[in-house]
Design a protein around this ligand. Structure first.
Ligand SMILES: Nc1nc2c(ncn2[C@@H]2O[C@H](COP(=O)(O)OP(=O)(O)OP(=O)(O)O)[C@@H](O)[C@H]2O)c(=O)[nH]1
Ligand SMILES: [Mg+2]
Length: 423
């Protein structure tokens, strides 16, 4: 495991298009789920009266998820290809849980976008593509799933491929670097083996496409920044913060601080997928046990760990460049939507619109406009309604980018240019 490079890979796409099924299918088809375990999952699927959900149940482990037949929160699953050691992040497609998809995307190096062949591009297909780009997930593989339900028709595949390509291009992806794979998760076709039902397809299987991803550069030389995704409580170990190291390194004995709560502690031990690690580097998805007593409820999703000597910045106010993507009317000072910054979700007030810019040239068009609307790019002052860790995009890109959501949709995106007031 330790010898292979590690990648965080998120599965995204519209509800029911087969993300969880694909995760179970690639694990099973590559021999990483035993026959015995698979039998148990089949039994479970029967018990819940959801035949065909056996692969999805591998990833969907909550009772509510199994009862409703949907994914609710992100799930982390280890997975190996010949070249890589992956942590798969299975995201929900349901529109009520986009916030959980954002948490997952903030941790991801690459994404596998699932589009069902019969349904094609849907609402969250669009929203997830946009969010991937906003959150800096630069590599994407697109899987056109459930080909069995469209008689393995090449024409349907081509049609969806063109539509998805257009969307990817629109948000700024270089589509010459993106693989498209037609497959059936349920029938295990084009997962690890080429499908006889799609002789017209000559590209890589899902597994091969994943192996063609590139290992992202690792920012080892920066100070430690690890946004928390969750906090567990494990008997005998106490409070275990969990998350991905985005910058710097971390080893037992290090003195750390958890912000914005300002809780200091020493690292006792580090684990990745239940195996001890002597040192964590960027990209590692880890749990940490701490020396001393840290209350589980004192910290949570959105907290950030840094070195005690260089604490993560808590922003009282910041200056940002934003783009308005999808707002029904117009945005004026006083507007307070939710900002998703790394794993944090916090309502922030746009206190001032400093200037409107030409999106193409970056030139100032108007100083202090009264409002901005779809397509506008602006420099704004932002005031979080409660303490939150945020960094300048220049210093820590992953902690300086954000998505803005309101009314159940992504209304904008942006980056932090300067922290104008620290807490
Ligand atoms: N026929 C067919 N059905 C499939 C295939 N892949 C998935 N399904 C079915 O699609 C349904 C939804 O699958 P899931 O894997 O739960 O979909 P999901 O994208 O994870 O859904 P959410 O996480 O709730 O957004 C299940 O009934 C699966 O059996 C496929 O290749 N062919
Ligand atoms: Mg799912």
């Amino acid at each position: 495991m330790a010898e292979k490079p590690h990648l965080n890979l998120i599965f995204v796409g519209h509800i029911d298009h087969g993300k969880s099924t694909t995760v179970g299918a690639i694990k099973y088809a590559s021999g990483q789920i035993s026959e015995q375990e698979m039998k148990k999952l089949q039994e479970l699927a029967k018990q819940y009266n959801r035949p065909t959900f056996e692969f999805a149940f591998y990833a969907d482990t909550l009772k509510e998820e199994r009862e409703r037949g949907i994914t609710i929160d992100i799930q982390h699953i280890e997975f190996e290809t010949p070249k890589y050691y992956f942590t798969i992040i299975d995201a929900p497609g349901h529109q009520d849980f986009v916030k959980n998809m954002i948490t997952g995307a903030s941790q991801a190096d690459a994404a596998f976008l699932v589009v069902a062949a019969a349904e094609g591009v849907q609402e969250q297909t669009r929203e997830h593509i946009q969010l991937l780009k906003i959150l800096g997930v630069d590599q994407v593989v697109v899987g056109i799933n459930k080909m069995d339900l469209v008689n393995y028709q090449q024409s349907r595949y081509e049609e969806i491929k063109q539509e998805v390509m257009k969307l990817l291009k629109m948000v700024g992806y270089d589509i010459t670097k993106i693989n498209f794979v037609p497959y059936s998760a349920l029938k295990l076709e084009n997962i690890t083996k080429k499908s006889e039902n799609m002789p017209w397809y000559t590209g890589p299987t899902v597994m091969e496409a994943l192996d063609q991803l590139k290992e992202p550069p690792k920012a080892i030389d920066k100070p430690l920044r690890m946004p928390l995704e969750d906090v567990l409580s494990v008997q005998g170990f106490g409070t275990i913060p969990v998350g991905v190291v985005e910058y710097g390194t971390l080893k037992p004995g290090d003195q750390i601080v958890i912000m914005p709560q300002n809780i200091k502690a020493e690292i006792k031990s580090i684990e990745m997928h239940h195996k001890p690690l002597p040192q964590a580097i960027p990209g590692d998805n880890i749990g940490i046990s701490l020396k001393g007593n840290v209350e589980k409820n004192a910290i949570g999703r959105g907290s950030v760990i840094g070195p005690a000597s260089n604490p993560p910045t808590v922003a009282k106010e910041f200056l940002a460049q934003i783009v308005v993507l999808n707002h029904p009317t117009a945005i004026a000072p006083g507007y307070t939507p939710v900002f998703h910054i790394h794993t944090a979700q916090v309502a922030c007030e746009i206190t001032e619109i400093v200037e409107k810019k030409d999106p193409k040239t970056g030139q100032t068009i108007e100083k202090n406009p009264q409002f901005i609307k779809n397509g506008d790019v602006a420099i704004v002052k932002v005031k979080p309604t409660r303490p939150v860790v945020a960094e300048k995009v220049q210093d820590f890109p992953k902690l300086g980018r954000f998505a803005i959501r309101d009314m159940g949709r992504t209304i904008g995106a942006g980056m932090i240019l300067d922290i104008t007031s620290k807490a």
